[in-house]
Design a binder for this molecule. Structure first.
Ligand SMILES: [Zn+2]
Ligand SMILES: [Zn+2]
Length: 569
């Protein structure tokens, strides 16, 4: 068959119908990852959904930050979990889940030829115990999920190698931070976004190597500056103008007043002035070769990816931790090769899988939460197993004969080549990352046949609930008693608490008590980043057409890389 590439396809989702392209590179990849049993290759067909709908479908299987208190189904110990009490399956704490006190194969079942595969998979999903939280090698961390190698971390998600970090996201190798995201090697700071090697600073975005820098955007190797943009190697600057050391100290004293009213004034100057005046580069990619996308680091030959590092030959991937090679359609992967359509995965030749973070996984299809497994199909919660289907053990010969028959069955039911549909997620749509990147109303979610959960905050016993606006303005006037109160968020009315570690930090750094719920703070922070979409627009300087994550309607000054480098360096 001869195609003229790229192939045009209409997204099969009735509410989308977007036209998308399937390139010859895409087709070569589907062929390359198609599994082989005996000497027959089971061809993975091109996708029927557009890249955005594919990403949304995968994200609907990942809950990062909606946590619930419950009991471990095995040990009965109290625990925190990403699964609310109303989920049908048992939920185990890490020790119980990884231990030998239960046998996932005891839930095994025969494949039925008169039912779609996904329906049988869902029946299995309803009974197999699930892991309550994801993360290992942490010490004294609570309300943290997708966390690795960390200590004293609280209400933070998708991070590693952190110590004394609170209310943060996607941050690594850092200490003493509050309210940070996508930052690394930072210390003693708050409200950093996409920052590297920053110290004793606050409210920074896209900054690097800064010390005592506040309310600034895209400044590198600076110290003692505030309300600045696009500066390199400067000190004692305010609003991009040089000031004396004494003048800077006076500004710093204001910033460190500990007053919420002052903070609002400073934030207004930052968003209304600094962020408007800054020159933006079309993308945030660094040390990349032949890459299309944004927030890419040390990567090569990447198409339409966002937030990826040290990865090669990828397309349609988001949040690739490191060393992802020759893969497509992944969200949140690390150390993976020849992986396709997956979320929260690692390993070799992993397609259509969820929550299987183990680099020794290989040859997995349609699996969920598998550890050190190879050659498994449609399994949930297995450890160190091979040749299993729907949690039932087979011999190698049986496995290799049966899987092609299941694939043939799935071709007839139009399931083969598709990731699990959103309605088969064990989570409600609004509990998942999908709601962050593809927000929908309850009505829209229910209309699509997906699940919605009416969320109610669980706040343990408090002395009183105080509206944020009624808090004393200055950190100096906040009594220790606040640890026994709940604060009602000024924007969402959701109650939230202050913890001791946090209060100590605010007092030490002379910062006011936040008036917004941690989720609202996260939402506002993420809104400052560029969306995971690419547009064509002319460079604000030379007029040359460029590809950028700044939408055409946005009013910031956006330059192509060449013009930006000429202007800023
Ligand atoms: Zn679509
Ligand atoms: Zn230009």
């Amino acid at each position: 068959m001869v195609h003229t590439f790229p192939m045009q396809q209409i997204c099969a989702n009735a509410w989308c119908k977007q036209i998308f392209e399937i390139t010859d590179e895409d087709l070569a990849f589907y062929d390359k990852v198609s599994p082989v049993f005996g000497d027959k290759k089971e061809q993975i067909p091109p996708p029927t959904l557009c890249p955005q709908c594919r990403s949304q479908r995968r994200m609907a299987f990942r809950n990062e930050r909606n946590l619930y208190s419950r009991k471990c189904g095995l040990s009965q110990e109290g625990m925190v979990s990403i699964y609310s009490l109303d989920k049908p399956f048992p939920v185990y704490g890490s020790d119980a889940w990884y231990g030998d006190g239960w046998d996932p194969l005891s839930f095994g079942r025969e494949i039925q030829w008169d039912q779609p595969f996904f329906v049988q998979y869902q029946a299995l999903q309803r009974v197999v115990p699930r892991l309550g939280l994801i993360g290992v090698l942490n010490e004294n961390c609570s309300f943290a999920n997708h966390l690795w190698h960390s200590r004293n971390v609280y209400l933070s998600f998708d991070m590693g190698f952190c110590e004394d970090v609170l209310y943060s996201y996607a941050t690594y190798h850092s200490q003493n931070l509050i309210d940070c995201a996508f930052s690394r090697n930072c210390e003693l700071s708050s409200n950093l976004l996409d920052c590297t090697k920053c110290y004793q600073s606050s409210h920074l975005q896209d900054c690097e190597g800064c010390q005592d820098v506040h309310f600034s955007f895209d400044c590198h190797q600076c110290n003692n500056i505030a309300f600045c943009w696009n500066l390199r190697g400067k000190k004692n600057h305010v609003f991009n103008k040089p000031v004396s050391a004494e003048e800077f100290q006076a500004v710093l004293q204001d910033i460190r007043s500990g007053s919420f009213v002052m903070l609002q004034k400073h934030l207004q100057a930052y968003t209304g002035d600094v962020l408007q005046k800054a020159i933006r580069k079309a993308h945030h990619n660094l040390h990349c070769e032949d890459c299309r996308g944004d927030y890419l680091l040390h990567s090569r030959r990447i198409r339409y990816c966002f937030d990826c590092e040290t990865s090669d030959d990828l397309a349609y991937c988001n949040r690739m931790d490191e060393k992802i090679v020759s893969s497509m359609d992944l969200d949140n992967a690390s150390a993976a090769e020849l992986a396709y359509e997956g979320t929260s995965i690692a390993g070799h030749r992993i397609s259509f899988c969820n929550a299987s973070y183990d680099i020794s996984n290989s040859n997995l299809l349609y699996c969920d939460t598998l550890i050190a497994c190879t050659d498994c199909f449609g399994c949930i919660g297995l450890k160190r197993k091979q040749h299993c289907i729907l949690n039932k053990q087979y011999t190698k010969e049986e496995y290799e004969a049966l899987v092609p028959k299941i694939i043939e069955h799935m071709q007839q039911t139009k399931e083969w080549g598709e990731f699990f549909p959103v309605e088969f997620s064990p989570l409600a749509y609004n509990e998942t990352v999908a709601q962050e990147y593809f927000p929908l109303t309850k009505e829209e979610v229910l209309q699509r046949g997906w699940k919605w959960r009416d969320q109610k905050d669980e706040i343990s016993k408090v002395e009183k609930v105080i509206p944020a606006a009624k808090l004393p303005d200055s950190i100096e006037d906040i009594p220790d008693d606040i640890l026994n109160w709940a604060i009602e968020c000024e924007a969402t009315k959701r109650p939230f608490r202050i913890v001791k570690q946090e209060l100590d930090f605010y007092r030490k750094m002379r910062l006011p008590i936040p008036h917004f719920h941690p989720d609202e703070r996260h939402r506002r922070r993420m809104a400052l980043r560029n969306p995971r979409r690419l547009w064509k627009r002319p460079c604000g300087k030379c007029g040359k057409e460029m590809e950028t994550t700044y939408g055409r309607e946005r009013t910031e000054t956006v330059y192509c890389e060449a013009c930006y480098l000429k202007e800023v360096y």
